[in-house]
Each structure stands twice: as structure tokens, then as C-alpha cells.
Design a protein around this ligand. Structure first.
Ligand code: ADP
Ligand code: NA
Length: 330
């Protein structure tokens, strides 16, 4: 029996992924790759929609791929590749651009959010059509399932609309994917600013737990996490965002439920909680970091793995692009 196809990806937008990416994406992917024919991409074409430095991009792309593998994405069971190594992404995105309404694209809230600060004059057309490239990513692999966070729902809906529109205009060509929101996925917040989510673009360097941080750096950041003056260890994201965030981290990484942790830490101080969180984070991240650094220390071997995976991805994507080109009259 063939497994259903799954597609997901992350931008290579930092040297290291962070605890939010790890918990919200990599841990899920690692589970899902058993039950699905999974395709995981480092989406570097998306990363050039904003100003970028080429040498840095190349480095971030390799580091992101290494962290996927180090975190447990198996490049012989899943297809793990760099998007720019598969030309069909850009080719299909062009075709999809021609069936996307300008008004439809203008309604994408993520573009509005991303351009809110600097204004439209500073934005590239590439950033505007980013969701169309994302649709191409998904449709090229006949993905049935696209596990994403709630913030990506609108883009997946657009992908479905474009697939259905193309199919009805040009004949059955695309698999229409399901929106599969990772509901139960815990959200991780900035340790210094627990009202906002931990993000690569976050501005409090000490609030972000990087997967590639040295263990003692992780411990320092966790020990200096912002809490409150209430003194009790309870999960209450509205009133106690800092403590609740620490409980989330400990629950996800340590495998205990939040109520069990509340019981365990009843009457104890924040220092104890932080110590336990630090132990759990270091136990989880240190081996991933070591493995990632090993992979990065052998560039030829990492390239060999990525090239082999890109060839597998390319074979699937080319076949879909062929159907599309035939359908539109090329
Ligand atoms: P960032 O906001 O740091 O740029 P991305 O938007 O690239 O992160 O997110 C990549 C993946 O990581 C997505 O699947 C997203 O749901 C997950 N993710 C990012 N930040 C968090 C977070 N703070 N908590 C949980 N999951 C997160
Ligand atoms: Na983001």
C-alpha cells in the first residue's frame, strides 16, 4: 500500500532553527514521516523575496538542511531537499501566477502583515506572489496533506482554489490538498517577552532558544526567563505567560502533562521549574546540535545526501510539470 504524500517546508531564514520551529514543526514532521510519504523542503526561493545576502543564504540553507536531519528527518525514508535545486517550483509558480486573481492575491493577510511596517514601495513582487509559489511547492508533489500552523491556513485555501480552478479550466491535473492544521501543537513564546511568539525575527536575542546554542547558553537564557511576582507555578497564559511558557516547554520535551507538572511543582519556586526546563531543553537539543555540527563538518557528504534527495524530488516535480505544460498548450 502506498502512503499518502505529505509536503512541508521552512525558510532558511536564520543560522539556527529555534525551539518554536523544533516543537511546532520538526517534532511533528519526525512523527508524520512514518505514516506518510513525506517531502520536506528548505524553501530558499521563498527566502529571496526579502533583501538577503547570498553567502549568508547559502550558509543558512545548508544549516537548515543539517538541522532537519539532525532532528530526525530521515533523508532515506523522506525526501529532504533544497527548493532551488528543483527547477519545476519556479516554472509551475509562473503558470499558477497566470490563473491567480490580482484581487485574490491582494487579500492574503500575511503579505499585509509583512508589509505593514515598511510599506508597499519597499516590498517586492516576489513577496506579493509568495503564496502562489507556496501553492506550486505543494501541488508539484501531489501532496494530500500539508501540515501547517494556523497562520498558513489562508495560503493552503488559496492552493486548493488554484488547484480546483486549474483542473476545471484545463482538465484534471492536480491533487487538491487537505488543509491539516497542527491544532494540538504547542506554541512557544519569547522567554524575555512571553507575550509574543518565539520567532527567528524576534528582537530579544536572549529570549530565543536556538537549536544550535551551546548547552550553557541555553541554561543561561532559561534561568533569566521573565516570570512574574505571583510565585505559584500554574498554567495561565493570560495572567502568567512566562511561567506558562516554561510549563509548555517542559511538558512537550519532558513528556509530562501540564496538570501533572502543576502538581509536581506545587509549593516550589520558579528556580526549580527553570532548572527542570533547562535540563529538558539541554537533553533534547544537545544531541541535535552535535549531530548538526557533525553533518556541517563534512560538506561533501551533506551535498551528496541533498543532491540525491533533490534528484528524487525533481523526478516527481518534473512529471507534474509535464502534465501542466501539456494541459496549458506548451
Ligand atoms: P519564524 O516565525 O521564526 O520565522 P517560521 O514562520 O519560519 O518561523 O515557522 C516555521 C515553522 O515553525 C512553522 O511550521 C511554524 O508553525 C513553526 N513555528 C514557528 N515559530 C513557532 C513558535 N513560536 N511556536 C511553535 N511553532 C512555531
Ligand atoms: Na514566520
Amino acid at each position: 500500500m502506498t502512503k499518502p504524500r505529505l509536503f512541508s517546508g521552512m525558510q532558511p531564514s536564520a543560522d539556527s532553527l529555534h525551539a518554536g520551529n523544533y516543537i511546532g514543526a520538526l517534532l511533528q514532521w519526525k512523527q508524520l514521516q512514518r505514516d506518510y510519504d513525506a517531502v520536506f523542503s528548505v524553501v530558499d526561493l521563498h527566502a529571496i523575496t526579502v533583501p538577503q545576502d547570498p553567502a549568508t543564504l547559502r550558509e543558512k540553507t545548508r544549516r537548515t538542511a543539517a538541522q532537519y536531519i539532525a532532528a530526525g528527518i530521515d533523508p532515506s525514508a523522506s525526501t529532504l531537499y533544497v527548493q532551488s535545486q528543483v527547477p519545476a517550483h519556479a516554472q509551475l509558480a509562473w503558470v499558477l501566477n497566470t490563473i491567480t486573481g490580482y484581487g485574490e492575491a491582494s487579500r492574503m493577510t500575511q503579505f499585509k502583515d509583512k508589509t505593514a511596517k515598511q510599506g508597499l514601495e519597499a516590498a517586492s513582487v516576489g513577496l506579493f506572489t509568495y503564496p502562489v509559489l507556496q501553492a506550486a511547492d505543494i501541488l508539484l508533489y501531489d501532496a494530500e496533506i500539508v501540515p501547517v500552523g494556523e497562520d498558513q491556513r489562508q495560503h493552503i485555501e488559496l492552493t486548493r482554489d488554484l488547484a480546483q480552478r486549474f483542473n476545471s479550466r484545463f482538465g484534471e491535473t492536480f491533487v487538491v490538498p487537505e488543509v491539516s492544521i497542527l491544532k494540538e501543537t504547542a506554541k512557544v513564546y519569547d522567554l524575555q517577552n512571553p507575550g509574543s511568539k518565539m520567532s527567528k525575527s524576534g528582537d530579544t536575542e536572549n529570549g530565543i532558544l536556538w537549536l544550535l546554542d551551546e548547552p550553557n547558553r541555553l541554561v543561561k537564557k532559561i534561568k533569566s526567563a521573565v516570570t512574574d511576582n505571583d510565585g505559584s507555578i500554574r498554567y495561565d497564559p493570560a495572567e502568567k505567560p512566562g511561567v506558562s511558557n516554561l510549563l509548555t516547554l517542559l511538558s512537550v520535551l519532558g513528556g509530562s502533562t501540564i496538570p501533572a507538572l502543576e502538581a509536581e511543582f506545587a509549593g516550589r519556586g520558579y528556580g526549580d521549574l527553570k532548572g527542570a526546563v533547562a535540563d529538558a531543553v539541554v537533553a533534547e537539543f544537545a544531541p541535535v546540535r552535535e549531530r548538526a555540527l557533525e553533518l556541517l563538518a563534512d560538506p561533501a557528504e551533506l551535498d551528496r545526501v541533498l543532491t540525491g534527495n533533490a534528484e528524487r524530488a525533481d523526478a516527481i516535480a518534473e512529471a507534474t510539470l509535464r502534465r501542466v505544460y501539456d494541459a496549458v498548450g506548451f
